[in-house]
Design a protein around this ligand. Sequence first.
Ligand code: ZN
Length: 382
Amino acid sequence: MRFEISKVLDAIEGRVCTDPSLARAVVDLAEVIRWQDLDGGRPASLLRLGMVIDALSRQIEEDSVPVYAIVHRALLSDADLTSNERMVVRRWADDGLVEVLDHPGDRMLEVADLLGLPVLSRARFDGLGGRWPWLGQAGRVLAPVPGAGGPVFIAHVGGGHTPATASRSPVGAKLLARQWRCPEPGCALFGGGGGGGAFADLARVDRAPAGQPPPTLRNGVPTCPRHGTRLGDAGPRPRTAVLAVRIGGMVRQRFALTENQPVPVGRAPDTTGGIVLGQWLNDEARRWISRSHVRFELRVGEVIVTDTSTNGSGVRPGGSMAEPDRIALAPQQSRVLGDGDLIELYPGVQIGRADEVTSDAKFSPTSVMAEAPTMAMRLPRP
Ligand SMILES: [Zn+2]
């Protein structure tokens, strides 16, 4: 049982991030883990985060949807969590996958404002509409509540039941145009990598500057939300393009492409940071698609795709699915990704810019809770 729960927590770990290009909603972890009515279980459970992530995935009809979690520091020693869950949250903190704060205040709303993301919360945020006017917009604040097949979203504020995004706020756009450096050694959010926290030996990723979270503003000064220290400006942030993989008509994963950091995509690329498609492919597609099938690069703002496969790829110009329009991309050939273009690795396996690729088939997302023991998944009777 313990082992199974560990596997679910590992799966959930793949769905928490503070990367401004990839996060799709903001949550307060201290709030989410106490929604006991979602499963009728223990007073606090980290698995509820998985249930909420699944609900978000169902709502926006995409797999692999990550959330931006704000974590009150007290949670790292919360006795209502199991020791395993506490260790997992500490690991997320040390890896910079979540934001751990002594005084979260309205950081959740600040992040939602800067990044233009919806907030998943049962709070009503009374009296905060003046500071954050978008709180009144439909879909910007949704409360996950028990539903027949898992949590569903209702509005306590602003109306709507579908998560809505907005553009980054002007301040957010400005902050995210620069990279920032925290003077605190081993800062997991604004460090140069290397770690140094209490669990630094468990830290596995160095923070890429392009994926840095938005600083918090204190009296107009960019500040580390974790350490409260003034951040140094470390120059322009590398440009980023967000691409999405669609398989069988469903968006399976988004990934960020940064200048000077090519990303291989294929059945099972052996490079760190490569996008692994194997889990979503049928036998024929697995046979056709090479381990590393195509490589994406961002150069001077243009997305360049290079075929690295045995069998070649195709380009669907402007997303056209008409066969005469399809352009072959032979092995080793490169091409600039034009507006709306989709790269096709195999029929039904396509990659394009995230804002130009949507799910167009009946969607049945892969649950992050697939490994959950039935006990943890028990739903309350209506
Ligand atoms: Zn810091």
